[in-house]
Design a protein around this ligand. Structure first.
Ligand SMILES: CSC[C@H]1O[C@@H](n2cnc3c(O)ncnc32)[C@H](O)[C@@H]1O
Ligand SMILES: [Zn+2]
Length: 427
């Protein structure tokens, strides 16, 4: 494994007061030294001369996606969630094969890695394929087999994923993936929570994405949202990820204080599907952990976490008429540390000695960064930056993206195979 020295770079993570100019040494997949600029010996290392014009951020975490849906981009556009799923998406997903899922996920990984994503939480089908392609590329992935209905065979598949992949190469983790309260009967959800506790793994589910779902909980399941989480045991698992959480009421949030919950904010998917805007400021006020996600490429339609950072800040400032309501620093924590913690990855999401070398290298020598300083770096990143500033992406000390290339995989082959899969699926 190579040793890398980022010489004379800026670094920033969401827990730092301000940016810092320094040298960063990466050895054996971890950040081994952070010292004053131009002080670490540059012999016997691969040198990345940053010349005070680059920034290292912790790798971004896409907290909620369905990666292989990159094959379904553009399908059933501009339709509300339930008819989009039932009439457009699910009939096509019924024709997915393991091979299509492999290439669709690979396609998504090209896009995510080039945007600086190092880790993603994926809920889908044929998750062995997702595990294999993540390992081939060298990306961190939290796998959950999407569970719809009450089907022991599918639950067993999800449990087998734990035996086969959980912890593999420090890149993979596994969660149980009940799709949503409206597709999984309540008693089945309860059993899944019990299994998560027994197997010491997390849960990844959709929750309160639309107003319709809130009414469904009330009218069909006779539960208020937090009551549902309590009754089904979702508040007792080692970790529970709730994708969306748009329709929580502010007064319900204190009940989730100090809980095992991470809510994944997917602002662009929620805007595009017309689902609504989550009460993010109140969630943060209550100390609830919130991360960021793109959801699938068929509802977003990008897998670009920079877009989620920018819109995740701007929409709340806009609807509350208050520019102070959310800070760039908080957004960066959501896009890194909170995402990693929610998915169960340790020592991931900060730039600290002994932490995993999951890093994004950003070129600051661009017109829109003119005038930045260590104090303003976070706001430049969130409001002025974009994914085109990403020069390279590293996971556990290995490049997954470097200057437009993907060292671990064959980009052309992925594009060719994904195009064939798409054609076979949608013709
Ligand atoms: C059972 S695997 C995951 C399942 O989720 C579907 N899906 C994609 N986007 C959304 C969304 O925004 N809300 C709910 N479900 C969604 C996907 O198509 C798979 O069937
Ligand atoms: Zn989703």
């Amino acid at each position: 494994m190579s040793t890398y020295l980022f010489q004379n770079t800026y670094i920033y993570d969401g827990q730092m007061e301000r940016g810092l100019r320094c040298d960063v040494l990466v050895e054996n997949g971890v950040i081994s030294k952070i010292e004053a600029p131009n002080t670490i010996d540059d012999g016997h290392v691969s040198l990345i001369d940053c010349n005070g014009e680059k920034l290292l951020l912790p790798g971004f975490v896409n907290g909620h996606t369905h990666a292989a849906m990159s094959l379904l981009r553009g399908l059933g556009e501009e339709t509300p969630l339930m008819s989009w799923l039932k009439e457009q998406i699910w009939p096509v997903e019924a024709r997915l094969t393991p091979e299509y899922i492999y290439w669709g996920t690979a396609l998504a990984l090209l896009e995510m890695a080039s945007c600086g994503v190092t880790c993603f939480g994926d809920m889908y089908f044929e998750m062995d394929q997702v595990a294999q392609v993540s390992l081939a590329m060298g990306m961190k992935c939290a796998l959950s087999r999407g569970l719809i209905g009450e089907d022991q065979k599918r639950v067993d598949e999800n449990l087998k994923l734990i035996d086969d992949w959980h912890g593999k190469k420090g890149l993979l983790s596994v969660q149980l993936g009940p799709h949503a309260p409206y597709t999984v009967p309540m008693n089945a959800m309860k059993k899944i929570s019990e299994l998560a506790l027994e197997r010491n793994v997390g849960i990844h589910t959709h929750f309160l994405e639309t107003e319709w779902e809130r009414q469904y909980l009330r009218d069909e399941l006779h539960c208020q949202p937090v009551e549902y989480l309590e009754k089904t045991g979702l508040l007792n698992t080692p970790r529970t990820i709730l994708a969306h959480g748009v329709w929580f009421l502010p007064e319900e949030l204190p009940l989730l204080k100090d809980s095992n919950i991470t809510i994944v904010h997917n602002p662009n998917s929620n805007l595009k599907l017309g689902s609504g805007i989550m009460p993010l400021p109140e969630m943060i006020d209550q100390g609830i952990s919130v991360s960021l996600g793109t959801d699938g490429a068929a509802s977003n339609n990008r897998l670009d976490i920079w877009e989620e950072m920018r819109h995740g800040a701007l929409i709340h400032k806009g609807v509350r008429h208050d520019p102070t309501i959310i800070k760039a620093k908080q957004i960066l924590t959501m896009a890194t540390l909170n995402g990693a913690r929610g998915l169960g990855f340790e020592k991931t999401g900060l730039i600290r000695e002994t932490w995993d070398a999951d890093l994004v290298l950003i070129d600051l020598d661009r017109p829109h960064y003119l005038g930045f300083d260590v104090e303003t770096l976070p706001v430049y990143i969130v409001y002025a930056g974009s994914s085109t500033d990403v020069e390279a992406t590293m996971v556990k000390g290995q490049w997954v993206y470097f200057n437009g290339e993907f060292p671990s995989v064959d980009r052309e082959e992925i594009l060719k195979q994904a195009a064939q899969a798409r054609k076979a699926l949608i013709s």
